[in-house]
Design a protein around this ligand. Structure first.
Ligand code: HEC
Ligand code: HEC
Ligand code: HEC
Length: 382
């Protein structure tokens, strides 16, 4: 009796295995003969479209986890998201007043316009799609690995997208770069890349405008050495950011040197101070920055003050939101790959949440650092 049951099972298993082998062999044969054309121009047969759509939907829903969703109405998130969307997403998905370009319309599947489509998904689901991308569609994942925090700017923007007119979108995406009408001459000779849309200033601001979002640092006035280190770190991927890696990846070493020298010589417009500041917090922050806590914590200004090493970044005049976000990033294990990054990781380990708020408030209350002004006439540094 036992032997017969075992034999029956054995036959079933062998039968199933044979079916599997036949199916794999059949699939390989079809692939080898090229009978199933993978030409994107053919489109998918109806059953394949439904299957892929079903698979996508289930994958997004099943893999989305509960996350701490920040305030998605925060203009700092929406504005930074808009500036990046224009450079990194609109090329495929189009934007208000701008349809999907013909090249990407020939993709399979076609990237959908997101004004309506984004509303189908919850913030957590959008976060998952933008963070991880979608296999078999061409939708890329976020280029700053482990920068889940950055993805919220895209989610906040996607949620705001459906209400945007083409004009409102254009303004938001151009950030704080002066929106000049394209010079026809420049368009003819250099192409649309000469438009201010492609510029650093739309995010980082300039002499006439502050950065577009408090999450974006001021660059003008930093030392060339500090700027070069940051750009090279983004370029090599050692410092992760889905906003900056694609930008720095396009810059050659020579260009990085030239940009660093240029930015360093520029003055910048300080933040108008978008956050209310508490004088007591600023006073506590000043004490920590100048003297440390008298225990383990070194004075921040020993490395970030005016006379410190030129290749260390200055914090005076950066927004409190940016300073807090970066310190938080170190606390969560990010930004700790480079030697300079590891130096700060050790320091942030000892920082409490309260100290972070105080120090950020203090540095944000200071006039923006100006490297050029600290260079002596003899050309020596500070
Ligand atoms: C190379 C082209 C390409 C780029 C660049 C791109 N996407 Fe996509 N995206 C796609 C394609 C293709 C799909 C899948 C469409 C489908 O499955 O029907 C997609 C799907 C999506 C979806 C899901 C929409 C849905 O309901 O299927 C969202 C949200 C999205 N993209 C957001 C973004 C954002 C935000 C960016 C920029 C950070 C971006 N995409 C960059 C091609 C692109
Ligand atoms: C879409 C907006 C955007 C654009 C465009 C952009 N940046 Fe950035 N940049 C950011 C953000 C956001 C950060 C902070 C990223 C992080 O968390 O590390 C940053 C950081 C930087 C830093 C590091 C500064 C520091 O204090 O550590 C440098 C340097 C920089 N960007 C240079 C540039 C240059 C040069 C360009 C143009 C070629 C440019 N950026 C274009 C958004 C942008
Ligand atoms: C021993 C030197 C040293 C000390 C002390 C120090 N830092 Fe730093 N800090 C650095 C270096 C180097 C970097 C650049 C890290 C990198 O390139 O990734 C940095 C970067 C930063 C940044 C990011 C700046 C930017 O533009 O992205 C912040 C914010 C910061 N430090 C805050 C602090 C605070 C707050 C303290 C005091 C509690 C402090 N640091 C003390 C060396 C120091």
């Amino acid at each position: 009796m036992r032997i017969r049951v075992t034999l029956t099972w054995l036959r079933i298993v062998i039968g199933l295995l044979a079916c599997l082998v036949a199916a794999v062999a059949g699939a390989l044969l079809i692939a080898w003969t090229g009978l199933y054309s993978l030409a994107a121009s053919h489109g998918h047969p109806g059953w394949m479209t439904s299957f892929l759509e079903f698979g996508k939907r289930r994958s997004i829903i099943a893999n989305t986890r509960d996350l701490n969703v920040p305030d998605l109405d925060d203009p700092n998130l929406i504005r930074l998201g808009a500036a990046h969307f224009d450079a990194g997403c609109a090329v495929c998905h189009g934007a208000p007043g701008r349809p999907v370009t013909p090249v990407f319309e020939a993709m399979l599947p076609v990237p959908p316009p997101l004004s309506e489509r984004a509303q189908d998904w919850s913030p957590e689901e959008l976060h998952w799609v933008v963070r991880h991308g979608l296999q078999f569609t061409g939708m890329p994942g976020w280029s700053g690995e482990d920068r889940d925090d950055e993805v919220w700017a895209m989610v906040a923007f996607l949620r705001a997208l459906s209400d945007l007119t083409p004009a409102a979108y254009g303004q938001l995406a151009a950030g704080n770069a002066p929106q000049e009408t394209a010079d026809v001459d420049a368009l003819v000779t250099a192409g649309p890349a000469s438009l201010p849309m492609a510029a650093c200033a739309k995010c980082h601001g300039s002499e006439s405008a502050p950065p577009t979002s408090d999450l974006v640092p001021i660059l003008s006035g930093q030392s060339p050495a500090a700027l070069e280190i940051a750009l090279n770190d983004y370029r090599s991927g050692a410092r992760e950011s889905g906003f900056m890696e694609p930008v720095a990846g396009q810059l050659s070493e020579d260009r990085i040197g030239a940009i660093a020298a240029y930015l360093s010589s520029r003055e910048s417009l300080a933040y108008a101070g978008t956050e209310a500041t508490d004088p007591d917090a600023i006073a506590r922050g000043r004490e920590l920055a100048r003297r440390g806590d008298g225990d383990r914590l070194a004075a921040c200004d020993s490395c970030h003050g005016g006379s410190a090493r030129a290749d260390y970044p200055r914090l005076n005049g950066q927004s409190a939101v940016y300073i807090r976000a970066q310190l938080q990033l170190w606390k969560e294990g990010g930004r700790a790959v480079t030697p300079h990054g590891r130096l700060m990781a050790e320091i942030t380990d000892d920082l409490s949440e309260g100290q972070i708020t105080d120090i950020a408030a203090y540095y944000a209350s200071q006039p923006v650092f100006q490297y050029g002004a600290a260079v002596s006439p003899a050309g020596g540094e500070e």
